[in-house]
Design a protein around this ligand. Structure first.
Ligand code: AMP
Length: 440
């Protein structure tokens, strides 16, 4: 099947030709006719399956030119990075259409974004909070929205955006087509969708919770941080040479610590990205990773969600992800758009529970590889890895009242209260050198 087999319009075919895309991916082929029929749709698809085009192609195909300055297509996404990415995909697909697209997200000046919205947009992409703020202050009218897409609804809900979504719904017309995409279908997502979609059709790129077939998954048992660093060096020098490597760590502090460690040998070819970095820094880093100026990028989960970097060859889970769903998301950054990828996970002793949860979700065991003999493991632990001595609250006894007294420190001499009887005769002697009588 090629894109010519889908009932698209010429401007879209031309744009796809420019992009060099010929064959629809599974989710694109499976969802196209359902979405074109106008039904509410739930797409179960991980990032990397081509899900963005899966909803953009039918939405743009059904779009009709209108003099209304208010958006007909509203796309709600969880992160700013994803806003930028989806806007760029819309721009590419609409090269041959007379269509205005804009992106809005929090953390930046709202007036500039309000001015852009007021100029008139056909497609608006945004994060829930900022869309709501603009709708609430009257800059954005949502009553003309015909297509409403919520991309990565699982992530949007787990970031706590449920109240904002519900309030956005209040501004939307009752008659609209909803298209919702989620990588996994948790109970929270299912309940949400049951409440807000009208008899939706479910389309799956892969069974919810399953990992992508195109990814070779491997795992290593590693004792601690410094040993992980040695193994990472080894993998980068041997197996992942000249490739694009995304390294996941569990926290922002660890991301910075690992970056400092790796920068010593890799210099400018390693980058780091997490939510504490400024927006410009984040955009530039992703850009440099995309162009290949940086070929190793250290990232935390949240920030890596929205990044669409083509040709990521290796994903390395330097730290195991806390939730099994995140494992699927992380490894989904490689093997994108039907390309092969490698995902490697470092597993320490304390990761056993997380590992079991991942294997249960995938219904597949991770295969462990022996650590090559030339990799030096150490027993040295960094401060954050050392076991903390926890003193149970019960053992901390309060001092008994009778031992403690009113205060534990000595009073200063001037504050000591000493009862001295006033001796008038002595006071007179001290003052006048002779006894002085009171006058009678
Ligand atoms: P997504 O899952 O939407 O994040 O897409 C992953 C990547 O695949 C993006 O860089 C898309 O531009 C690319 N892509 C999407 N559809 C196709 C296709 N049919 N053929 C080739 N690449 C595609």
């Amino acid at each position: 099947m090629t894109f010519r087999d889908l009932n698209l319009k010429k401007p879209l075919w031309n744009a796809l030709d420019d992009l060099g895309y010929e064959t629809p991916t599974t989710i694109q082929a499976a969802s196209f006719n359902v979405m074109m029929s106008g039904k509410d749709t739930i797409g179960i698809a991980q990032t990397g399956t081509g899900k963005t085009l899966a909803y953009l192609l039918p939405s743009l195909c059904m779009w009709k030119f209108s003099k209304e300055p208010h958006p007909q297509i509203l796309i709600i996404v969880p992160t700013r990075e994803l806003v930028a990415q989806v806007v760029s995909e819309v721009e590419k697909l609409s090269t041959y259409m007379n269509l205005a697209v804009g992106g809005v997200y929090g953390g930046t000046n709202m007036n500039t974004q309000a001015a852009m919205v007021l100029l008139g947009l056909d497609v608006l992409v945004g994060t829930p909070g900022r869309i709501l703020d603009l709708a609430a202050n009257g800059s954005l009218q949502l009553k003309h929205a015909k297509k409403v897409i919520i991309d990565e609804v699982d992530e949007t809900l787990s970031l706590g955006f449920r109240p904002q979504l519900l309030r956005i719904f209040e501004y939307l017309p009752a008659k609209r087509q909803n298209m919702v995409f989620s990588a996994t279908l948790s109970e929270e997502v299912s309940l949400f969708l049951d409440d807000y979609l009208t008899t939706p059709v479910r389309v799956e790129a892969a069974r919810a919770g399953s990992s992508l077939d195109k990814i070779d998954q491997a795992a290593f048992r590693v004792p601690n941080f410094l040993s992980k660093v040695s193994l990472l060096h080894h993998l980068l020098e041997n197996e992942a040479e000249n490739s694009k490597v995304l390294v996941f760590v569990s926290s922002r502090t660890l991301a910075d610590t690992l970056f400092e460690e790796m920068e010593q040998t890799l210099g400018d070819s390693v980058g780091v990205i997490h939510s504490n970095k400024a927006q410009n820094f984040r955009f530039n880093t992703v850009q440099n990773f995309q162009t290949g100026d940086i070929n190793v990028l250290i990232a935390t989960d949240l920030i890596a969600r929205g990044i669409d970097v083509t040709d990521v060859s290796h994903v390395i889970n330097f730290d195991i992800p806390e939730s099994p769903e995140n494992y699927i998301h992380r490894i989904g950054r490689t093997g994108r758009a039907d390309k092969n990828g490698v995902a490697t996970t470092f597993v320490t002793e304390k990761d056993e529970t997380a590992l079991i949860a991942i294997e249960a979700l995938m219904q597949k065991k991770l295969s462990f590889t022996d650590v090559p003999s030339e990799v030096d493991f150490t027993e040295e632990l960094l401060e954050f890895e050392k076991a903390k001595v926890v003193i149970p609250g019960k053992l901390i006894k309060l001092p008994k009242r009778e031992n403690a007294g009113a205060s534990f420190h000595e009073k200063k001499a001037k504050n000591k209260k000493v009862n001295v009887r006033y001796d008038h005769k002595k006071a007179m002697m001290d003052k006048y050198g002779k006894p002085k009588r009171k006058r009678s």
